[in-house]
Design a protein around this ligand. Structure first.
Ligand code: HEC
Ligand code: HEC
Ligand code: HEC
Ligand code: HEC
Length: 177
């Protein structure tokens, strides 16, 4: 064991450097792969990107969320609507093949919902869209995101705008039921 101890002592510098480098690389890998990434929503069954569709290709929100000015819920487009384009565009992309699988088996795509309001809060898109409030005011810059993250809607957020726009502030009869 003696010579080994000598060797360690003689090469203290390089060994320390190596150890430090390995430590730094490990830390880097940890931060890159394991740390929860901020500003990135949950993985979806098909890696759909709002940045590509709304940002780069400038497809209108209403084209996909067609019920937004007509009902309480904007709705998520059915896979038929995706195939309307993707029958022709990048038809052989593996993610588009998933669309065909959902379509052929008549399964609705299990999109992970990201926005919630508490059970007792009443919210209606139609009323807001009719007053020309843009999506961005509540949902942020959706067209820059690959994976959407939910917004945590606090009551103060609703109230602040209702006060400013002189909308209904009678919470108990209007917003809570
Ligand atoms: C109005 C046409 C249109 C509709 C509707 C549409 N897409 Fe696309 N999609 C595109 C275009 C254009 C591209 C870019 C293709 C390219 O990169 O050449 C694209 C790209 C993609 C990609 C590849 C993205 C990447 O990272 O390169 C996926 C996955 C995708 N779409 C999924 C969907 C899904 C799921 C739906 C339905 C919810 C949908 N698309 C609806 C036009 C459309
Ligand atoms: C090509 C179709 C398409 C277009 C265009 C599109 N969306 Fe979407 N949107 C989807 C799909 C599919 C989902 C479900 C998957 C996801 O969350 O990424 C979704 C989800 C969402 C959600 C989250 C729903 C939830 O889970 O609570 C919001 C908010 C949203 N879209 C807003 C917008 C806005 C604002 C625009 C315009 C800037 C827009 N979308 C344009 C297809 C589209
Ligand atoms: C005044 C705020 C506000 C505006 C403006 C607004 N949203 Fe929303 N949106 C919400 C809230 C709050 C929820 C979650 C509650 C719910 O699901 O009803 C939501 C949920 C959604 C969802 C989830 C899907 C669903 O059916 O539950 C989609 C998609 C969406 N919004 C799209 C849009 C689009 C597209 C626009 C613009 C045309 C828009 N929103 C404008 C507040 C807003
Ligand atoms: C950016 C501004 C804005 C935000 C944010 C906003 N609202 Fe509104 N809201 C309005 C306006 C303006 C009206 C009036 C619409 C009308 O007169 O038809 C309205 C109307 C309503 C109504 C109908 C009230 C009635 O008279 O019956 C309800 C319910 C409501 N909002 C709930 C909410 C909730 C819940 C939130 C938060 C998640 C919210 N709003 C966020 C602007 C906003």
């Amino acid at each position: 064991m003696r010579p080994f101890g000598d060797m360690l002592r003689r090469n203290k510098g390089p060994i320390l450097w190596t150890a430090c480098s390995i430590g730094l690389v490990a830390l880097g890998l940890y931060l890159y792969y394991v740390m929860p990434v901020k500003d990135l929503g949950p993985a979806q069954p098909i890696s759909f990107s709002h940045r590509v569709h709304s940002g780069v290709k400038e497809i209108q929100c209403e084209f996909c969320h067609s019920y937004v000015d007509r009902s309480r819920h904007p709705g998520i487009p059915p896979v038929e609507k995706c195939l309307y384009c993707h029958k022709y565009i990048i038809a052989n992309h593996p993610e588009i093949k998933k669309e065909h699988r959902y379509f052929d088996t008549e399964t609705s795509t299990p999109w992970v919902k990201v926005n919630y309001l508490p059970e007792h809060v009443f919210f209606n898109h139609q009323r807001h869209i009719k007053k020309e409030i843009v999506c961005e005011q509540c949902h942020g810059k959706v067209e820059t995101k690959d994976r959407l993250q939910g917004v945590s809607f606090q009551m103060g957020f609703c109230i602040a705008c209702h006060r400013e726009k002189k909308a209904n502030l009678d919470c108990w009869s209007a917003c809570h039921n």
